[in-house]
Ligand binder design. Structure first.
Ligand code: SF4
Length: 377
């Protein structure tokens, strides 16, 4: 049913100005009780699972948890489902919440991959984004993580920031490359409704990057990072050989995963798949879990046509692409018979290429990926 676990930690010291994730300021008691709620929820759900191949602590700011709490969580997971000996265990860390000692303690607790939310190496942009850390803190957190023994570190960077030009974006990329991380994730800023940014930057704001500038930044990242030895293995992700994110790659391959915690999403491999999410409200989540109820909302059992569409638009995100034979094996129908006309059209438009039975996005297809994916819905 699932062999991966995602744990959502919905707490942040302060809300960033662009953030639409489910997160809020924690009560101290909330932070203390949360790991026990997670383990209770796992106990309610884990009946038919085996040892998990990866655990991902995301947020929010999971690095607000104490190393001992993470150790306790991993111990509880190992007791209930088991954790494979070579499992990838990732902690998202905000550079403003860690230091040399805590990173060493996270490593000792069993975390073996750190994903650092750097976003920018320029303090002016960090202030504009409402981040709680400086560029120097990010650099230091990276060096401290190395010294603590992490040999798998990812850096998150954002482009298309208000007022950012290509020259500044190039400096950000060079700065990230100079630290020699194993993995880099690149996201373009999107202004989401309901965030402070939505009030400051209307869609036609001259401060925001237009489509052409965003495309140039995307292409610059591709050129600089691949020339520096990174593989552009997913639209937003780059890795050195052997360091793709195992956990996130599983999402795009439609492996089963269980999401634990407030607002966590799950995908169970049952029939064509079941997707559901947890309540996005801590009170409701706590009430359900402590009274022994499964906190499940928005459950959706996929029909064959849903699963086929997902197979296409998730698989195309990866540079491995969609294998025509794998599609037929999975669904008992050829890809040509279901999506032949669409695939042909996308190839004609230069958004997709077909090579030796595999469909992959071109760089232009990655840039226009939403348009490509909408064709399969
Ligand atoms: S640290 Fe991440 S989750 Fe928290 S407010 Fe900022 S962007 Fe949102």
């Amino acid at each position: 049913m699932f062999n991966r676990l995602y744990v959502h930690v919905p707490f942040c010291i302060k809300k960033c100005h662009y953030c639409a994730f489910v997160s809020g300021k924690p009560e101290k008691s909330g932070l203390i009780e949360y790991p026990e709620l997670i383990l209770r929820e796992l106990h309610l759900r884990a009946a038919d699972s085996g040892p998990v191949a990866s655990v991902y602590f995301g947020g929010g700011t999971p690095s607000l948890l104490q190393p001992l709490q993470l150790a306790r969580l991993l111990e509880g997971i190992a007791d209930q489902t088991g954790i494979q000996s070579d499992a990838e265990i990732t902690l998202e860390a905000n550079p403003g919440t860690v230091d040399r000692m805590s990173l060493k303690a996270f490593r000792d607790a069993g975390i073996n991959r750190i994903s650092l939310g750097v976003q920018s190496f320029d303090d002016r942009f960090l202030t504009c984004l409402g981040r709680i850390h400086t560029a120097e803190q990010s650099r230091q957190a990276f060096l401290d993580a190395r010294e603590a023994g992490f040999n798998n570190i990812s850096i998150d960077l954002m482009h298309s920031l208000p007022g950012q030009n290509l020259h500044q974006w190039r400096s950000e990329l060079l700065h990230a490359i100079s630290l020699c991380p194993e993995h880099i994730s690149i996201y373009g800023l999107t202004v989401e409704d309901g965030t402070p940014f939505a009030g400051i930057y209307p869609p036609d704001s001259p401060e925001l990057a237009d489509e052409d500038l965003s495309a140039d930044m995307f292409e610059m990242a591709d050129q600089l990072l691949t020339a520096s030895g990174f593989e552009h293995y997913e639209i937003a992700n780059y890795a050195r050989a052997g360091y793709r994110s195992q956990h996130n790659s599983a999402y795009w391959r439609r492996d089963g995963y269980l999401g634990l915690g407030v607002a966590a999403h799950s995908f169970l491999q049952d029939g064509y798949g079941i997707r559901f999410s947890n309540p996005d409200n801590l009170e409701e989540y706590r009430r359900d879990v402590t009274s022994g109820l499964l906190p499940r909302v928005d459950e959706h059992k996929l029909a064959q046509h849903d699963a086929m569409a997902e197979f296409m638009f998730l698989g195309l995100r990866l540079s491995d692409g969609v294998n025509l034979y794998a599609f037929e094996r999975e669904f008992g129908r050829s890809l040509e018979s279901v999506y032949g006309a669409i695939a042909e059209d996308l190839v004609r438009l230069g958004l997709v290429v077909q090579n030796e039975g595999v469909l992959t996005l071109t760089l232009r297809g990655m840039l226009l990926s939403n348009q490509v994916f909408s064709r399969f819905l």
